[in-house]
Each structure stands twice: as C-alpha cells, then as structure tokens.
Ligand binder design. Structure first.
Ligand code: ADP
Ligand code: MG
Length: 393
C-alpha cells in the first residue's frame, strides 16, 4: 500500500504555480495587480520575446520595506489580509500571498524597491525558489520586478507556450483589462524595445476603448445609464451594428476586477435580443460596483471568476439597464417591450417588474455565452506587425 508523505516545499510551490501561472500573461497580471494594490499611478511594462525571456514591471507605488523583502517570496505571506474576517471584505486585487512565491518557484525573479520617503531601498532575487541576499538598492521610489527564464525548471509547462506573437497578445489583453478597470492609471507597454501602447493617465474610459479597440467601436458606444444603490452599474455597450462573432469584447468589471461571468454575459446578450442575428455577440464594457461582502472573489485560483451573493438581481440589473440604454436610442423596434419603461429603481438590487419582460421568458444561460480565453482581438497597436501576427494566431 502506498504510504502518505508530506510533499517538499519545492514541489508544493510548483504545484501551486501550475494553477496560477499558465503563461507569461499570468505573470504580467499578478505583477500589475500588485502595482495597483500598491497605489501606483504609473506602471511601465517591458516584455522580451512575448514575456518568455523577460517581464519587467516598474511602478511608482508605496514600495516595500527592506526587512519585508524575503516575505514577498514566501507562500501565504501578504500585506493585504490580517485575519479571516478580512477575507469577506476584500478591497485589493490580491490577497492570497501566493503569486510571488509561485512565480519565483518557476522563474528567476528580482524585486527592487524603495519605500516612499526612504533614502535607500533594497533588492532581493529568488531563482526557482532559492532566495538570495538582501542588498541595498538606490533606484526611484516604487517597485521594480524582473521575471526571467519563465518555466526554466518546468519543461512541460514551457512546451505549452505558443508563438511569441500569441504570448504577446495574451499579455497585451491583460494590460488592456487593467487599463480599462483603472482609468486613472498611466500605462506603458513595450515589447522587444518597441512601444506597443502608451495610455496616459488622463485618457478616460471612452478614449481607452478607442485606443485598444479602434475608432469605429469608440464612436458606436452607448452609455448604460448609471444605477445607484448598494450595487451600481455603469459603462457602455456598442451599437448592435458593431456585433461580433464571439463574446471576446464583452468586458465585465466587478469592483475594478475584470471577471468572467456566464450569467451576466447572458444578461447582456438578452438585452440585445431581437437586435442581433443568432450567433452574433454584443460588445459591452460594464462596471459593477458593490459592497465587498456582496461578492466572493476567493473562488478561482486566478480570481477571474467570482460568486455573487444575489446573482439573480444582478442578472436583472444588467439586462434591464442595457435594454433601457438601447430603448433610449430607439434601437429596439423589434423588441416587444412596453413603450413606457420604468425609471431605474432607487435600490438597484430590486428586480424590475416581471411583466416588463413578458415577451422574453427567462432563459437558461447557454454554455456559449461564457467569456472566451483572452486574445487581443480588435487590438490597435503601434507594433502593428506583432499585433497582426497575434491576431492571426
Ligand atoms: P498578494 O498580492 O496576494 O498579497 P503576492 O505574492 O502577489 O501576494 O505579493 C506578496 C506581497 O508582496 C504583497 O502582499 C505586497 O505586500 C508585496 N508586493 C508585491 N509586489 C509589490 C509591489 N509592486 N509594490 C508593493 N508591494 C508589493
Ligand atoms: Mg499579488
């Protein structure tokens, strides 16, 4: 009979990394989220070979105390949670304290940081889980993280990496999501020394959408009227004339975090019912803001899915608000809804009267509405050769 053994930490880290770090874009996501959590106003991202050779993220956030540097690489070490109760009111993008440990278990990572107001900073490297020594470092205030040789010790994972252009496409998609979710953030991304995108801090949401997805979509945006209450919804959908063959341009942000949600994707599609041919998908950039205790973000290793306390109410909120936005544009001649549409309810979680949607019985969300894996479809980039290549791949 096989005996039970406790796995050594190096194996545990690799297994944990397997869940969270799938490709260079996963590293980019974790590093960017850490920078946002550190209050950065500007983040510079540099990639080499689609991020397989180098990922460098430089931020102007609050930095890390030299004494805390070794803890950055420790599993379950975080500055974002204090006790189990905090878990239920997460206001940061990260909270598990696992990302940096996972990344440094499968790559060579150097963290250089100077805390705001400190004269000097410090640096520390970790290679495949082996920690170096903390040394003084005198760079700018903020944090600079370099990740090299990703998957050097996990050849199987390395084999799954795709063409450089594909990996770059995934990384740019990650940056796109962060840029849309944080409209005051200045972001610069370079690949192999060439500028891919620069998004200035003063570029608002509409401008950002134009930058990433092109003028046609930007000019076709329809504002989804804000809903107030414990749960608020805002954002844009695009005129149905801009429909797509897949759901890739359906972005949903919950408290600033870009997530996939089959049910809300379906609500968006339902709001467009009668305006889209079958097999066509709406474009939407929707932002939900809700008290942290209304949503559990601790249900998915990469936090790309969440669980809502009242998903039914959110379904109706999204479908109703988008439909009202379309009605206001007179875009819905084929929709069988009453002519007078009730004002948004003061309490946004309150369901609209059932009669409003009598012509549209409550459907079961089909599997096809789930958000697809990230790509940079529709992307405009200065590095056009690479973007075109990644679009094709
Ligand atoms: P988490 O983000 O879940 O806390 P991570 O493994 O991503 O876990 O990071 C561990 C800790 O390292 C963070 O809690 C934070 O204190 C610190 N850290 C990582 N990156 C940065 C950064 N760019 N700026 C400031 N602190 C950082
Ligand atoms: Mg983190």
């Amino acid at each position: 009979m096989p005996r039970i053994r406790q796995l050594p930490p190096s194996v545990v880290t690799k297994i944990a990394a397997g869940e969270v770090i799938e490709r260079p874009a996963s590293v980019v996501k974790e590093l960017l989220e850490n920078s946002v959590d550190a209050g950065a106003t500007r983040i510079d991202i540099e990639l080499e070979q689609g991020g397989t050779e180098l990922i460098r993220v430089v931020d102007d956030g609050h930095g890390i105390e030299p004494a805390d540097l070794p803890l950055v690489f420790a599993s379950h070490a975080t500055s974002k949670l204090k006790d189990a109760d905090d878990r239920c009111r997460i206001g940061t993008l990260g909270f598990r304290g696992e990302a940096m440990a996972s990344i440094s278990g499968v790559a060579r990572v150097t963290v250089q940081s100077r805390a705001a107001g400190q004269a000097t900073g410090a640096e520390l490297s970790c290679y495949g889980g082996d920690l170096g020594e903390v040394r003084p470092w005198n760079g700018a205030a903020g944090t600079r993280v370099e990740v090299r040789h990703l998957f050097f010790n996990t050849p199987v994972r390395k084999k799954f990496l795709r063409a450089i252009s594909t990996e770059l496409g995934h990384a740019v998609e990650t940056v796109t999501r962060l840029a849309l979710g944080n409209p005051a953030l200045h972001l610069v991304i370079r690949h192999n020394g060439r500028l891919v995108h620069e998004i200035p801090a003063d570029a608002g949401l509409i401008e950002r959408i134009g930058l990433f997805f092109g003028k046609d979509i930007r000019d076709a945006l329809i504002e989804v009227p804000g809903e107030v209450g414990p749960v608020s919804l805002s954002g844009f959908v695009a005129d149905p004339a801009c429909d797509r063959g897949n759901a890739r341009l359906q972005y949903l942000f919950v408290n600033g975090r870009c997530v996939r949600d089959r049910s809300l994707g379906h609500a968006l599609q339902e709001a467009f019912r009668g305006l889209l041919m079958s097999g066509r998908y709406a474009i939407g950039f929707l932002f939900l803001q809700m008290p942290p205790d209304q949503v559990d973000v601790n249900v998915h290793p990469t936090k790309s899915e969440v669980r809502f306390r009242d998903s039914q109410a959110l379904y109706h909120l999204v479908r109703g608000a988008v439909k009202r936005a379309l009605l206001a544009r007179n875009l819905v001649p084929r929709l069988q809804v009453p002519e007078s549409v009730p004002e948004p309810t003061a309490n946004a979680t309150e369901l609209p009267p059932a009669s409003m949607y009598q012509a549209m019985p409550e459907p079961t969300p089909p599997a096809t509405v789930a958000s697809p894996p990230p790509t940079n479809s529709g992307l405009r980039t200065h590095d056009s050769g690479l973007a075109a290549a990644s679009l094709r791949s």
